[in-house]
Design a protein around this ligand. Structure first.
Ligand code: UT7
Length: 319
């Protein structure tokens, strides 16, 4: 039986750091409010001319280096993003060219903040089927480009960044269980409704969110999905070594962690430093936890995404 296993992680954050204090000079907010309600202290912002494929390239290079692989070993690239470089081609194809890879398949996945778990679950199936052997799975975003910087209810929450993993065919189980969900009836509570038509942008191209509705739905589906995913493989919450949920708000992570009975030490939190980087948040947090030793080989890890669509999902893996 062929399994898929993570063999390397990497990440990239743009150089420019925007602190809460700096933001409070341009919008009616405060460091105290942002920290108390979200846990966020700062976010990184891409430079003019820096695109998703650029951040993805740097994260991918780090992941390949950690896996001891070269770009020419890669035969599948799946990139999760809601802020692609252009309408088409996909940012995955642009990343492929920047890496100098000329074989295999490359495509984007659009599931907003659940994008990385959707991409990982998809890559796992391609590898288990035998069709591909060495995948780059990337989450990369420049949400700073789709924010209304006058809307304090949303602009303080997001940041830019990228995370990547190398997923390879293996005789040892790595990805153990993936469960993905969507319910499009909730599209209205979190969206960016603008679109390109006849050479102009029609509709509002900035992010809109009913924060409280998203919060309530997120905590419910994350808890349900965690229990179902662990249960499907006969594991209990206590078996987990690390829990990496989408980094949107530290209150969501703590709430779900407490409902599940997880100690804080097993809940990985990076939202304080990166803010919400949508599809990039989970691989960014995973890379931080791998590099600081909280996720080690053999550890049982649960990844959970949730976001626009509405979409959510879990991936349970042995690192
Ligand atoms: O990745 C997608 C997933 N997204 C999420 O998971 C986000 C989920 N939602 C949340 O994290 C929270 O709902 C927010 C952080 C967005 C908001 O926190 P909240 O505790 O639900 O605050 P609220 O929306 O109920 O607003 C409370 C007050 C309001 O003032 P009034 O009406 O009580 O006078 C807001 O106008 O806080 C005000 N407020 C702010 N004040 C200072 C809203 N944003 C800000 C701000 N600074 N940035």
């Amino acid at each position: 039986m062929t399994y898929s296993r993570i063999t390397g992680t990497g990440s990239c954050l743009p150089e420019r750091v925007l602190t809460n204090e700096e933001l409070s000079r341009t919008v009616d907010t405060s460091d105290a409010w942002i920290v108390e309600r979200t846990g966020i202290r700062q976010r990184h912002i891409a430079a003019d001319g820096e695109f998703v494929s650029d951040l993805a390239l740097r994260a991918s290079r780090h992941a390949l280096e950690a896996a001891g692989r070269k770009p020419e070993d890669v035969d599948l690239i799946i990139l999760a993003t809601s802020t692609p470089d252009m309408v088409f081609p996909s940012s995955a194809c642009l990343l492929q060219a920047k890496l100098g890879v000329t074989r295999g398949a490359a495509f984007d996945v659009q599931a907003v903040c659940s994008g990385f778990v959707y991409a990982l679950a998809t890559a796992d199936l391609y590898i288990k089927s035998g069709a591909h052997k060495c995948a780059l799975v990337v989450g990369a975003e420049v949400f700073s480009r789709i924010l209304d910087w006058k809307d304090r209810g949303t602009c303080v929450l997001f940041g830019d960044g990228a995370g990547a993993i190398v997923l390879e065919a293996s005789d040892e189980p790595g990805i153990l269980e993936s469960q993905l969900h969507a319910d499009g009836r909730h599209a209205k509570i979190l969206n960016t409704p603008g679109h390109v038509c006849g050479g102009s942008v029609l509709g509002d191209p900035t992010l809109k969110m009913d924060g409280q509705a998203v919060f309530k739905l997120a905590v419910r589906v994350l808890e349900e999905s965690a229990r179902a995913t662990l249960g499907a493989r006969g594991f209990a919450v206590a078996d987990l070594d690390a829990y990496i949920a989408h980094q949107a708000n530290v209150r969501i992570i703590s709430f779900v962690g407490k409902r599940l009975g997880l100690p804080d030490s097993k809940c990985i939190v990076t939202v304080d430093r990166h803010a919400n980087t949508s599809a990039a948040s989970i691989p960014l947090a995973l890379d931080v936890a791998v590099r600081d030793g909280r996720v080690k080989p053999g550890h049982l890890v649960l990844l959970q995404g949730v976001g626009g669509g509405f979409t959510w999902g879990s991936v349970l893996l042995r690192y």
